[in-house]
Design a protein around this ligand. Sequence first.
Ligand SMILES: NC(=O)c1ccc[n+]([C@@H]2O[C@H](COP(=O)([O-])OP(=O)(O)OC[C@H]3O[C@@H](n4cnc5c(N)ncnc54)[C@H](OP(=O)(O)O)[C@@H]3O)[C@@H](O)[C@H]2O)c1
Length: 264
Amino acid sequence: METNKTSKTALVTGAASGLGFELALLLAKDGYNLILIDIDSEKLQEAKIRILKNYHTKITLLIKDLSLINIAEEIYNDLNATDIDVIVNNAGFGLFGTFHDTDWKRESEMLHLHIITTTHLIKLILPGMVKRGSGKILNLSSLAAFQPGPLMALYYASKSYLLSFSQAISNELKGTGVTVTVLCPGPTKTSFQDVVSEGVGDNKIGFNMACPKQVAAYGYKAMHNSRVVAIPGLFNKFLSILPRMLTRNRTTKIVRKIQDKNRD
Ligand SMILES: NC(=O)c1ccc[n+]([C@@H]2O[C@H](COP(=O)([O-])OP(=O)(O)OC[C@H]3O[C@@H](n4cnc5c(N)ncnc54)[C@H](OP(=O)(O)O)[C@@H]3O)[C@@H](O)[C@H]2O)c1
């Protein structure tokens, strides 16, 4: 069992599974006290037990539905003036379908989760970081951020928002001691993929699914190195610049083809 090396505090959303859990493990390894947030109480308790088996650190759990209106303010009040040194805005999910057919309730939850709650949490915690002259923010976007995504229109658009917002405030924060990193993974083997490809089975287009441990380690290192945009994998880096070489219309058609092929 490794012991606490620092008294810094990190907040991780969606920490019960997948990339959020792996990022929480890395933070625990570096001795951060953790505030872990997730919607699923049982899974979050299990995550805490798994982390404590490996690392000795203080872990506070907050069971919250991050898609609710004003949830960021509720969390901020729960933090009770705790200084947050690292924010990992990771919680998210995908939705598939033609926009005119999909369920608005679930879609508005996704937009609140990805956009409003993430933005509001940063809005509330960032001034304290700037005042102290230090802090790190890691936002989970996606390779989806670089082009429009027919059949997952709102997911792609919300991830584009996160990329644009992160890059813009990262620029504003130069010289303050606070940095923002936006992690843009390609397909990664987590329960996210089970939801996106529900009833489809394995993806047919042959994308190699990345390992969540490796993706998290890549993003974590990028955050500590104060990199702004972090795209794990050479092929993903190529895919992220490809839309700049094609027309937007062409790129949109290609994404549509991939989405159709994956599900026909
Ligand atoms: N996996 C990929 O292929 C991939 C690729 C690019 C980007 N990403 C992004 O990476 C991030 C993490 O996803 P992941 O792949 O690690 O998926 P994951 O294993 O499903 O983890 C997401 C976590 O967020 C939680 N969550 C979902 N809705 C929530 C809500 N309203 N309030 C609080 N917590 C909530 C989930 O809880 P429940 O499971 O109980 O809902 C889950 O524990 C997401 O932002 C995703 O968009 C993933």
